[in-house]
Design a protein around this ligand. Structure first.
Ligand SMILES: NC(=O)c1ccc[n+]([C@@H]2O[C@H](COP(=O)([O-])OP(=O)(O)OC[C@H]3O[C@@H](n4cnc5c(N)ncnc54)[C@H](OP(=O)(O)O)[C@@H]3O)[C@@H](O)[C@H]2O)c1
Length: 316
């Protein structure tokens, strides 16, 4: 059994070394040192160059380093073999931390307090209690549910939106485009944990932002907040900046961008009420990723069902 790690990111060596550590007896190669392409049976991929996976005639399994698989499904030549996405407590826990951190940051108006500190100004700002704030989670999958679990103990009023209907204890659930406006109208802090698919592209635009609540019980929050840790293709950055500048939006935390790395010229870098992070909301360790990869490879080899298979017709 021969495995290939394939990525255009700078983490390839790290992934390959971790995979060798967990794959006693297996040959692990790092692209572009593929050797004979016919040797390769399984690939661990993150942002692979397009067309390369199609050149592996005996490929039986592809494992995505990310929970999202848009970086693979955008390859028109992607081989028709099982595609497994990465789902692991290490990744999920980190996303829950990110969402908890950003929601509390904005509920407690920290962007403004940091600005006041820079000016050595001792000033109070009214802050809503958590139970006065309605947090709406877009995407009720593995990440959305972990976000709900971390927010629940603070007493936030929780809402969720997904493609198909859900029932989650203590969460008002909405589904499909028909429910979207109602969901938005009852949301003060919007957390986006959706995958990048043709249906979600450009969803976070001016129209959506204008639909967020401005008159809810959290009147002491100066306006609605957007947190996006899904994918950059969901957001229309010009619209987000426009909404911030005309105060349709109070603040934003963005971990993902239309173009990554975020170009230096983007005003998002310098906006006082925007938190920019470099797509690291949930960056897992090479060790956890490699352990997961090798487990999938062994499951496949020993005929056990594969976990977290991607449904290509849905795009996630
Ligand atoms: N920034 C980071 O570091 C980072 C890290 C990990 C993941 N992510 C992103 O987070 C995404 C979600 O991960 P996950 O593990 O939670 O995925 P998941 O378990 O597959 O859940 C996806 C959720 O999105 C919903 N959804 C998909 N398309 C929709 C649509 N058109 N309208 C409404 N809801 C829709 C799904 O609805 P149903 O439940 O009805 O299917 C599901 O609830 C990933 O795809 C990735 O893009 C980012």
């Amino acid at each position: 059994m021969t495995l290939l790690v394939i990525t255009t990111s700078d983490r390839g060596t790290e992934f390959a070394e971790a995979a060798r550590h967990h794959a006693a007896g297996l040959d692990v190669r790092l692209w572009p040192d593929v050797g004979n392409p016919a040797d390769i049976h399984a690939a661990l991929a993150w942002l692979p160059p397009k067309g390369v996976l199609a050149m592996l005639p005996n490929l039986k399994l592809m494992v995505s380093v990310g929970a999202g698989v848009d970086h693979l499904l955008s390859d028109p030549g992607l081989p028709d073999v099982p595609l497994v996405r990465y789902v692991d407590p290490d990744l999920t826990g980190r996303m829950a931390e990110y969402v908890g951190l950003q929601v509390l940051f904005h509920q407690r108006r920290m962007a403004e307090f940091i600005e006041l500190q820079r000016q050595s100004r001792w000033e109070y700002l009214p802050e809503p209690a958590a139970n006065e704030v309605r947090v709406g989670i877009m995407g009720l999958g593995v990440m959305g549910r972990a976000a709900i679990d971390v927010l629940r103990p603070f007493g936030f009023q929780l809402r969720g939106w997904s493609r198909t209907p859900k029932a989650i204890d203590g969460v008002a659930c909405f589904a499909g485009t028909g429910d979207l406006d109602t969901f938005l109208a009852e949301t003060d802090i919007l957390v986006c944990l959706l995958p990048a698919t043709p249906d979600t592209r450009g969803l976070l635009d001016a129209r959506l932002l204008a639909g967020l609540s401005r008159t809810g019980r959290s009147a002491r929050l100066p306006g609605p907040v957007l947190i996006n840790a899904g994918r950059g293709s969901l957001q229309v950055e010009a619209d987000i900046l426009g909404a911030l500048n005309e105060q349709t939006l109070y603040a934003a935390s963005l971990d993902v961008f239309e173009v990554e790395p975020l170009p230096q010229a983007s005003p998002l870098w310098r906006h006082p009420r925007v938190v920019v992070t470099p797509h690291n909301a949930a960056e897992s360790t090479a060790d956890a990723i490699a352990r997961y990869f090798i487990r999938q490879v062994r499951d496949m080899a020993e005929g056990r069902p594969l976990e977290n298979l991607v449904d290509r017709s849905r795009g996630y």
